[in-house]
Design a protein around this ligand. Sequence first.
Ligand code: NAG
Ligand code: NAG
Ligand code: NAG
Ligand code: NAG
Ligand code: NAG
Ligand code: NAG
Ligand code: NAG
Length: 313
Amino acid sequence: MPCAAAISSLLLLAVVHLTMAATTIEQLFPDSKTNLTTIKWAHRVNSQDDLNKALESSDIRMLEGDVIIGKLNNQSNGTDTVIMGHPPNTTSDLSLEEFLKKVTPDKKKGIKLDFKSIEAYEMGLTLIQKSGNLTIPLWLNADILKGPVNATDDPLPVDAKRFFAGAAKLPQALLSIGWTTRLEPSVQEGGSYTAEQINEMVKHVEESKTNQSVTYPVRACYAANDVNVLKTLLTSTKANNPTLTVWSSEGDKVDAAKLSQLIKTIGVNKVYVDVPAILWKQLDLSSSAYTARSSLPLLLASVVACIFTVKLL
Ligand SMILES: *[C@@H]1O[C@H](CO)[C@@H](O)[C@H](O)[C@H]1NC(C)=O
Ligand SMILES: *[C@@H]1O[C@H](CO)[C@@H](O)[C@H](O)[C@H]1NC(C)=O
Ligand SMILES: *[C@@H]1O[C@H](CO)[C@@H](O)[C@H](O)[C@H]1NC(C)=O
Ligand SMILES: *[C@@H]1O[C@H](CO)[C@@H](O)[C@H](O)[C@H]1NC(C)=O
Ligand SMILES: *[C@@H]1O[C@H](CO)[C@@H](O)[C@H](O)[C@H]1NC(C)=O
Ligand SMILES: *[C@@H]1O[C@H](CO)[C@@H](O)[C@H](O)[C@H]1NC(C)=O
Ligand SMILES: *[C@@H]1O[C@H](CO)[C@@H](O)[C@H](O)[C@H]1NC(C)=O
């Protein structure tokens, strides 16, 4: 009996340790460390139905949802609260509170919350703090600067200083900070992130003095057009274990070959890919250099095998 008790408490400790430790997506899925593109995303998880589907899928590792202030459908005369939804919607059947309750550590999934306003962000952070020990990978996302191409005031970026100040209250969270974008058919093909936009972002991260890990969400159609500027972005923010998250909306016109090249040039260990299935299928992320490296041990093994065979003969 004491033995059984010891074993079960050891097991319990191990489970507690595992769930407590797994606050980054790479800790939860160690196999993804060398290739972040293996992380499968559920995008726009903003309703009960979408959430249930994503939670049931064994492939999905990250759930991305948008957070706004609004009303739950079933309480149309109730008070405003933080709900899952994308502007221009202002109602939803899923609150942030229920979203957090349902994505429990045993589901083995991480979440990326895309806050659509500073009000939704600050209200959401209070809720996350209140809900206590969140031990799943948590990404806090907001567009804190204006981006390509000549993005306007609609939507307005989330205030950068208030974003960093809030994030410091959740030190385990990864910061996903991006730029608002403007999509017009005429500029989609040539548009890209500019050196000014990149420098401004680097400056904000530096000034915030944050040591939290950072990922930069970049829109595929614009990211694909300039690799160098994004390389500079990552090398300039060394302290924050920086990565890119390439995202795309349904209907964006993206050059899949160029995008594949971007991801491979930056490195599959540095780029998360959250794009619609149609685009994902067109990407080629295998690298010939990688194949050559991985075949070296194979080659050595066969040489050794040959020597042995010769000796045996
Ligand atoms: C309203 O909907 C939410 C989310 O589905 C649910 O948790 C809550 O129980 C519902 N409230 C009422 C009064 O039906
Ligand atoms: C909501 O409004 C309806 C009709 O105006 C009313 O009957 C109901 O009691 C209200 N519910 C709440 C929670 O205030
Ligand atoms: C608004 O919500 C409805 C469902 O309630 C959904 O079908 C639609 O896609 C949402 N719109 C946006 C912009 O997310
Ligand atoms: C967090 O977990 C600790 C240890 O299990 C517990 O004492 C504390 O009450 C929890 N905090 C919240 C807000 O749930
Ligand atoms: C963006 O703004 C710059 C500077 O005002 C201007 O030169 C450029 O033509 C604009 N580009 C587009 C696509 O509107
Ligand atoms: C950031 O700094 C705090 C306090 O110095 C430390 O506890 C934490 O582990 C650091 N986080 C990272 C990601 O380095
Ligand atoms: C990375 O993962 C993707 C998706 O699973 C796969 O297609 C690709 O070949 C991998 N690339 C490398 C270099 O391992």
